[in-house]
Ligand binder design. Structure first.
Ligand code: 5AD
Ligand code: SF4
Length: 454
């Protein structure tokens, strides 16, 4: 049996796509190998959100060139966000990546996964694969993922939509993943049911803007969700998934929502559904209205504050984390200070802070000069990070002496690591076999980023 090896970069969506790719390759008769040297097919599932992410991919691809020297029959493929055009090295119109890497054989857009067999046959017309039913491949979401990314099988990521229509001026995603399309509710529920039957206690629903599920132009034109009438598709989905608590599902999270689609009904559902957790990752990007406008975020600082106020009214103990970009085009000292102070005021408990990285093809790259020097970006990043450490440490204090429930995701000897209801990483010791179980843990110690029972 031929063997494949996939190296995945980037966000949860890419890991979820890799699981789908695995299932598809198994259907084509491939077997998985953890060692790329032993593979007949090496796939890089790439991320292009920032230049640093792309540089990491290029670094790994150089290694693939070495494998190919040792094994000239090796097929090297690239998929994910760096690919614009599905093609093989023999195609007449090829992806630009072929110019950068002569060892590359196949470039494949994620949502065109079912084209893999056809492109592989362009390389070698003698290659034979088992027939896969056409309707099973109508779109790539119909390929059932393996749920292999999660070590212990305790939590599963279920993609509910792909693509984005928001065109934030800095972001490459609408170009790399295309327009937003939602999966049908029935299909998602089937996948969730399967994950629960496999023993997963937690499900994270994922999408680029997960809470605009069913609201995109494509979804409206297709009329897929018309039957729901006034009910918001995402809220409806959360209610349906919540029913799986009868089958053993304990926790449901979702990531990442867009502030402009945080409706009152969604806030209500988060506060009332049994499986919803007291945690939300709500990317704000900047705490200054002029910057938000340049980013095309479609909300104001005031609107964001209002959402947080409502979330806290319904659930005073909720933990909120966010994404911030520092050094975006034209960001003045004053605008940065506004973001800094906003971060403090909101009491964000965690954050992914990035320095702006220009992406070719985006609106910002075409029309707004990337004029903040690297040194200034770095200084601002460091200041934000120092602040984050303080706010995170302070937020963790409140758990000292309290008992939290931990879903154990890793156990090495007697050291257990898992996540609490508030998505805090918790470490404790136990002699018992606890992997995949939810257990009460009394916190005795709190660090900047971790809670412990010592
Ligand atoms: N530069 C820096 N950070 C970016 N992000 C997205 N695009 C860029 C970019 N060009 C960040 C945003 C987003 C997260 C996934 O990555 O904060 O929420
Ligand atoms: Fe990118 Fe904005 Fe879409 Fe998020 S909402 S994926 S930041 S374009």
């Amino acid at each position: 049996m031929p063997k494949y090896h996939i190296q995945t970069f980037g966000c949860q969506m890419n890991y979820s796509d890799t699981e789908r790719m695995e299932a598809y390759l198994h259907a084509l008769g491939f077997d998985k190998t953890e060692t790329p040297e032993a593979a007949d097919l090496v796939i890089f599932n790439t991320c292009s959100i920032r230049q640093k992410a792309e540089d990491k991919v290029y670094g790994s691809m150089i290694r693939a060139a070495n494998y190919k020297r040792k094994n000239p029959n090796l097929i090297v493929a690239v998929t994910g966000c760096m690919v614009r055009k599905s093609s093989s090295k023999y195609s007449t119109e090829r992806d630009k990546l072929f110019n950068r890497m002569k060892e590359l054989d196949i470039a494949l857009r994620t949502e065109e996964l079912p084209k893999f067999a056809e492109l592989a046959r362009e390389l070698d017309p003698k290659l034979k694969f088992p027939e896969i039913e056409e309707e099973e491949l109508e779109d790539y979401f119909q390929i059932n993922p393996t749920h292999s990314s999660q070590k212990s099988g305790t939590q599963a990521f279920v993609a509910i939509s792909n693509g984005c229509d928001n065109f934030c001026t800095y972001c490459i995603v609408p170009y790399s993943r295309g327009r937003e399309k939602s999966r049908k509710i029935g299909e998602i529920l089937e996948e969730c049911k399967k994950a629960v039957a496999e023993g997963h206690k937690e499900i994270t629903l994922i999408g680029q803007t997960v809470n605009s599920y069913g609201l995109s132009k494509h979804d409206k034109e297709a009329g897929t969700f018309e039957y729901l009438k006034d009910e918001e598709p995402f809220v409806h989905l959360l209610k349906e998934v919540d029913k799986l608590s009868e089958k053993g599902l304990e926790r449901v999270r979702f990531t990442s929502p867009h502030p402009k689609d945080m409706s009152d009904k969604l806030i209500e559902a988060m506060a009332t559904l049994k499986t919803q957790m007291p945690y939300l990752h709500l990317p704000v990007q900047a705490g200054d209205n002029a910057v938000l406008r340049r980013m095309n975020r479609n909300y104001t600082v005031e609107h964001y504050k209002e959402i947080v106020k409502k979330l806290r009214e319904k659930n005073p103990d909720i933990s909120i984390s966010t994404d911030i970009i520092v050094g975006f085009c034209g960001e003045t000292d004053e605008e940065f200070e506004n973001t800094y102070n906003f971060f403090k005021e909101m009491g964000f408990e965690h954050a992914y802070i990035s320095q702006y990285s220009e992406r070719r093809g985006t609106t910002a790259s075409k029309f707004i000069p990337d004029d903040i020097p690297d040194e200034v970006k770095k200084q601002r990043w460091e200041r934000m990070n120092e602040l984050l450490k303080k706010t995170s440490a302070r937020a963790h204090q409140r758990f000292k002496g309290k008992t939290v429930k931990v879903l154990v995701e890793e156990q090495n000897g007697d050291v257990c690591i898992g996540r609490s209801e508030h998505y805090k990483t918790v470490q404790f010791q136990s002699e018992k076999e606890l992997l995949g179980k939810i257990v009460p843990v009394k916190i005795t110690h709190s660090d900047t980023f971790i809670l412990k029972r010592l």
